[in-house]
Design a protein around this ligand. Structure first.
Ligand code: HEC
Length: 105
């Protein structure tokens, strides 16, 4: 392939765009939407509270650290075949931590 200035600019843009998405900080808004769409209803029902947020703040929570939160999100995702992408899993984890758990990174 012949490298014209234009093709170089495209390559640069593609490289930058790619690295920006890899290193982007988690998308909390996306995490919230996922929680509401995929997680809230089942938690509301299964916890018996009728409120899907309360499972995250229950006093007997098994989630006591950020790694445990990550693995719990991963467990609900894989066990229940919710088919979240890894980025979505990271977003929803970040959202839950910011909103409810507040663990230090
Ligand atoms: C089909 C039902 C169902 C769906 C859908 C579901 N979960 Fe869960 N989740 C549960 C149940 C049941 C528990 C409680 C497990 C236990 O007590 O051991 C739980 C517990 C959790 C906990 C731990 C709460 C705590 O502090 O004790 C987290 C975090 C969690 N789920 C994340 C998610 C996320 C994120 C999603 C959506 C992407 C999701 N779950 C979708 C059923 C579900």
């Amino acid at each position: 392939m012949k490298l014209t200035p234009i093709s170089l600019i495209f390559m640069l843009a593609a490289t930058l765009g790619f690295s920006a998405s890899v290193f982007a900080s988690p998308d909390l808004a996306n995490g919230k939407v996922i929680d509401q769409k995929k997680c809230y209803a089942c938690h509301a029902k299964k916890s018996g509270f009728g409120n899907g947020d309360m499972i995250y703040t229950r006093s007997d929570s098994k989630v006591t650290s950020l790694p445990k939160l990550k693995s719990m999100v991963a467990m609900c995702n894989t066990e229940l075949r919710l088919d979240l992408f890894p980025e979505d899993e990271a977003d929803v984890t970040a959202f839950l931590n910011k909103q409810f758990y507040k663990f230090k990174p």
